[in-house]
Ligand binder design. Structure first.
Ligand SMILES: Cc1cc2nc3c(=O)[nH]c(=O)nc-3n(C[C@H](O)[C@H](O)[C@H](O)COP(=O)(O)OP(=O)(O)OC[C@H]3O[C@@H](n4cnc5c(N)ncnc54)[C@H](O)[C@@H]3O)c2cc1C
Length: 384
């Protein structure tokens, strides 16, 4: 019997589980293999929708569905929190005291936000990385009557790299529509020397920032927030006064991988760029936000990694070499990018090919909206 255990029922874990039971159908029917997915909540959450709670009238209840409803019947679902990966005994310890033994392990535990690592973040800064925070930001925007909006990034890496730029563009459009633009300044603080990590995307976004009068500040790595003076200070020594502060919170990998000694304190798993194996282990894989790969932490990354994990595990179970176009990961990522005023663009790239985003237009904005609406029927079920 070959036991595959997948930790995490987000984009990556759900898709790997569904692909695997299709590929291992014969072995599962003959009771030669099992595929078990462990998720602490038993709910699958569509996180890209959080931005639209803040910016587009989306509701939290539309962004979550029972994990079971997205899984093939052959996948065993265990709603439980994994607390330790015990490599010596090839087992995962669960919070309720039980454990699961594995022959192949997939770690898809995503990332977590740690705003508490920056003093006064919780009371001073807004963000949109949880439904509750996004709703609070919406309320702050509704109450905003003009002033200095400061948008920044309080730690790299973070989920969905375009998101803070998108929010800057969307807020600028909104303030203009509400007749508040003349009474407002918008400042975008980037931790690096340009607007976006990837040069070609930066070249696309910088003129849009200029055109919209959003002031770009580079090398601004958030260090402290001074609530008395309403100023955010950077590691580089710059001070940025704000009336409305929006910061991407710092991110870390899952506690279970740190506690199990599989990753450094950041929680990002050392992952092979092509095989997605963790730290040279033959039977442990990672995908999605959990990895340390030099790629966007994005659902799309997990989406394109999942077929590789599924093919490699199937090959191991069937005693053959991985084969076909999913034998090895190329670093493929594809993300929609909103630029405000009902326009968007598309970022498509891999390890060797940087993105060449098309001129922003209505098509790619609508593409993102349609993708958000159809997600439940497509990505987790392996239909695209
Ligand atoms: C505001 C926002 C906007 C975004 N926009 C986009 C976008 O436009 N495009 C895009 O591609 N991506 C976007 N993303 C990023 C995307 O949502 C994530 O990159 C993606 O969800 C990562 O998938 P994952 O499977 O690695 O992790 P997740 O989807 O986060 O799933 C991890 C799962 O693991 C479970 N888990 C964690 N620890 C344990 C444990 N110890 N035991 C059991 N279960 C555990 C969690 O409950 C969760 O279900 C956005 C994210 C945010 C927050």
């Amino acid at each position: 019997m070959q036991r595959v255990v997948i930790l995490g029922g987000g984009v990556g874990g759900t898709l790997v589980a569904n692909l695997l039971v299709r590929k291992l159908r014969r072995q599962i029917d003959r009771h030669e293999a099992t595929v078990t997915l462990v998720d602490e909540k038993g709910q699958h959450v569509y996180q890209p929708g959080f931005m639209y709670i803040a910016m587009g009238g989306e509701k939290a209840e539309n962004l979550s569905r029972p994990e079971r409803s997205l899984l093939d019947d052959r996948v065993i679902l265990d709603v439980a929190r994994a607390v330790k990966i015990d490599e010596a005994n090839s087992r995962v310890d669960l919070e309720d005291g039980s454990h699961l033994e594995y022959d192949q392990l997939v770690i898809a535990t995503g990332s977590r936000i740690v705003p508490e690592e920056i003093e006064h973040f919780d009371t001073e800064a807004h963000h949109f990385y949880s439904p509750a925070a996004a709703l609070r930001l919406r309320e702050a925007l509704d109450a905003f009557t003009g002033g200095r909006v400061v948008i920044g990034i309080a730690g790299m890496p973070y989920k969905c790299p375009p998101a803070p730029l998108e929010v800057a563009f969307l807020i600028e459009s909104e303030l203009r529509e509400r007749g508040l633009r003349d009474k407002s300044e918008i400042h975008y603080c980037s931790p690096i020397g340009r607007a976006f990590t990837i040069e070609s995307v930066s070249e696309m976004a910088t003129p849009i920032l200029e055109e919209k009068g959003i002031e770009l500040h580079t090398f601004f790595n958030v260090e402290t927030i001074d609530p008395a003076r309403k100023v955010v200070e950077s590691l580089e020594g710059e001070e940025m006064p704000y009336d409305l502060l929006i910061l991407v919170p710092p991110h870390r990998g899952a506690k279970v991988v740190i506690d199990s000694g599989l990753s450094p304190a950041s929680g990002w798993l050392p992952t092979d760029h092509h095989t997605l194996q963790v730290g040279g282990r033959a039977n442990v894989y990672a995908l999605g936000d959990a990895t340390d790969l030099p790629l966007s932490k994005a659902g799309s990354t997990a989406h394109f990694e999942a077929p590789i994990v599924a093919e490699r595990i199937t090959a191991a179970v069937q005693g053959r070499e991985p084969e076909g176009k999913h034998a090895s990961y190329t670093g493929k990522v594809m993300c929609f990018f909103e630029v405000g005023d009902g326009k968007g663009t598309l970022l498509q790239f891999d390890y060797n090919t940087p993105p060449t985003p098309p001129k922003p237009n209505r098509f790619w904005h609508l593409g993102k909206i349609v993708f958000n609406k159809t997600y439940w029927h497509t990505v987790p079920k392996g239909r695209v």
